[in-house]
Design a protein. Sequence first.
Length: 170
Amino acid sequence: LGVVAVGVVASIGVALVAGGCPSDPRDQKKSPVVATIGDQQILENEFLATLAQHGTARIADPTARNSVARAVLDSMIRERLMLQAAAKAGITVRDDDVEREVRARADGYAPGTFQRLLVAEQLTLPQFKESVRRHLVTDAFLRAKLAEAPPITEAELRKKYETEDKDQKV
């Protein structure tokens, strides 16, 4: 996956330098697959949209732009892996929780400002809601995993501290 992803990122970096998206981002059926994670795929148009949201096209240095593109793809892959693990663990969030979080994020903005921010980020409200849902699911999954972890004892902390302190003095 790493080798394939790097090659794809490099070719997408060339596409960005050449002036944009190689295909219509709204055409889901024609978009090539950038990465496959389990039974899910990250399509090129989704990847390019995420790159645009990160302002990658404004990065003048091609090496830096490709580095950011690789980091964005890695982030997308990690999110998909966590979402798959959460689904396997039966972790979901309710629609009203998503709506509450969206309202909380939009509160405090002057009328119309939040919608303009979404446009600036190249997001529709349904896309933003889906992003919030993914965030809430991954957060719930991580909290569940943390709750399963055994507590760390004082003796374990002391041993870890002494080992690291000894390593730093060398």
